[in-house]
Design a protein around this ligand. Structure first.
Ligand code: IMP
Ligand code: MG
Length: 483
């Protein structure tokens, strides 16, 4: 018997034993999730139930995944690895790229590469599934698949045995309804974790500021024990906020010196006991400065008046640009890649994109201007390419495609120079306003029909240096038109 087989037989022993205990089902399933993840040498495991209408999958037990990942929302059963619903075992090699994965970005953040999923069957009907996740990309063997399928069977028996299945479904329905109600209100993902009340008005103000800049936050998500007496916790500290994107805990303070001294003492103790935890004590001027440091806010030195709201934060943009660069790197291996951008809106995007493409490439720029009146306007090239693109593989890089007229004109121009291939990568797609259907091969984000600025995009030359993308206040543009 080889090592793997031995570890599987040990895991089966453990799992079957757990399944046969009289522990509450949830505990049983969490323990099975843990043993399964460990036996498969994977970083995490989830057990999910299908809603009675077979529309949603909800996680009922898990091991090894972050809270944030688990709260990413109910999975749409038809979008997320739907072949499992047909009773198949599904193996995904790269979850950040595979179209069968519903939240590829969440997988990327969680460092999930490969996923293996097996259906849970009861009386021949699919009632859910069990999934395991690995950090390293992995081709799963038949033995891995057989192991997970058998675990799925044991889980199904455990659920049937305890007859708690019905109870869980009822609970599940309730959470799904709750979550759907929350999902219907267009707010940040963190809205589902929004507290009903804050401890202090400054905390609420800080939360609003974070919302404005689309920085994810959790309110008091964790308490740190600081002192014990005979194994009993005598003192705890609960920081006000956790910002997952910055992996940073924040404790806000008022200006009362006595409180600050006490908090400083607790913080020192916390840092001693939990050196891996990143925590900052902030008063109001501190937190404005902190936001400025990350490029946000008035003290950041950039113009934010006139911005209605932030559509994509710096972190969201970076994450998306990296994913696009990864795809391009895969698609253009062994080719002679030239990125062609149109000045000036594309500067930020071009700069970040090319740094993440892991292939040799060259870049070139064109500039255009618009002539004439509203009735009769024309596009004119004011700066053409510096080098020939004949026989090369060209990707036209755009900041935003609106009506599609500019892109259409430029693509025709480029095509006349006989490149070997010509594709389009745009950061933003304002699809609602499209007049000419130009093919877009790589798209960063779809944007609503609003004027957007930042990250290179301007309004009368301003706002280009904002590190995020925001929508302009409609009144600003209306005023302009009344002039
Ligand atoms: P199109 O020819 O209508 O597709 O317009 C594309 C060009 O218009 C882009 O390259 C931008 O320069 C500009 N543009 C369109 N919409 C916006 C916007 O919302 N913000 C900033 N520039 C925009
Ligand atoms: Mg442009």
């Amino acid at each position: 018997m080889d090592n793997r087989e031995y570890s599987y037989s040990q895991a089966f022993k453990q799992i079957a034993k757990t399944a046969n205990t009289s522990l509450p089902l949830k505990k049983v399933l969490n323990s099975i999730a843990r043993s399964t993840a460990k036996a498969l040498k994977s970083s995490g495991c989830t057990i999910m139930l299908l809603s009675p209408q077979k529309e949603h999958l909800d996680i009922i037990a898990a091991y090894g995944l972050s809270d944030l990942y688990l709260r990413k929302g109910a999975l749409n059963a038809h979008k997320s690895l739907r072949e499992v619903l047909d009773g198949k075992i599904v193996a995904i090699f790269d979850a950040t790229q595979d179209e069968r994965v519903q939240y590829p970005e969440a997988a990327d953040t969680e460092k999930i590469s490969s996923v293996l999923a097996a259906p849970l069957l009861q009386k021949g009907e699919i009632v859910g599934q069990v999934r395991i996740y690995t950090e390293e990309p992995r081709c799963f063997s038949q033995a891995d698949k057989d192991f997970l399928a058998t675990v799925a069977n044991i889980i199904a028996i455990a659920m049937e045995k305890t007859e708690l299945h019905q109870v869980l479904i009822a609970e599940h329905e309730e959470t799904v309804t709750k979550r759907r109600k929350l999902a219907d209100t267009p707010q940040l993902p963190s809205s589902s974790l929004r507290p009903s009340s804050f401890g202090h008005p400054s905390e609420e103000e800080f939360a609003k500021l974070l919302d404005f800049y689309r920085i994810e936050w959790l309110y008091e998500p964790r308490s740190f024990p600081l002192a014990w007496h005979n194994d009993k916790v005598m003192e705890m500290f609960t920081p006000d906020f956790y910002l997952p994107e910055l992996d940073l805990y924040i404790e806000l303070t008022t200006l009362k010196q006595s409180l600050i001294t006490e908090k400083n003492r607790k913080l020192r103790r916390l840092r001693e006991l939990y050196p891996e935890v990143n925590i900052k004590l902030l008063n109001k001027s501190d937190y404005l400065r902190l936001l400025a440091k990350y490029g946000y806010g008035r003290l950041g030195g950039t113009k934010v008046e006139g911005i209605d709201r932030v559509l994509f934060s710096h972190t969201q943009i970076q994450r998306r640009v990296r994913a696009l660069a990864k795809r391009i790197s895969q698609d253009y291996a062994e080719r002679q890649l030239v990125l062609v951008g149109i000045l000036k809106g594309v500067v930020c995007f071009m700069s970040d994109l090319m740094q993440h493409i892991t292939l040799p490439l060259t870049i070139d720029f064109m500039a255009i201007s618009y002539y004439g009146t509203d009735n009769e306007s024309a596009v004119k090239i004011t700066k053409d390419l510096d080098t020939s693109i004949a026989g090369l593989d060209v990707i036209m890089v755009e900041d935003i495609v609106d009506t599609g007229m500019t892109l259409n004109y430029v693509l025709n121009h480029l095509a006349s120079h006989n490149p070997r291939s010509l594709h389009v990568c745009t950061l933003l797609d304002k699809r609602a306003r499209r007049l000419i259907n130009v093919p877009l091969d790589y798209i960063g984000f779809e944007v609503p029909d609003e004027f957007v600025v930042g990250y290179g995009l301007d309004y009368h030359g301003e706002y280009r240096n904002l590190p995020f993308i925001g929508a302009l206040t409609p009144e600003l543009i209306e005023k302009e038109h009344k002039k």
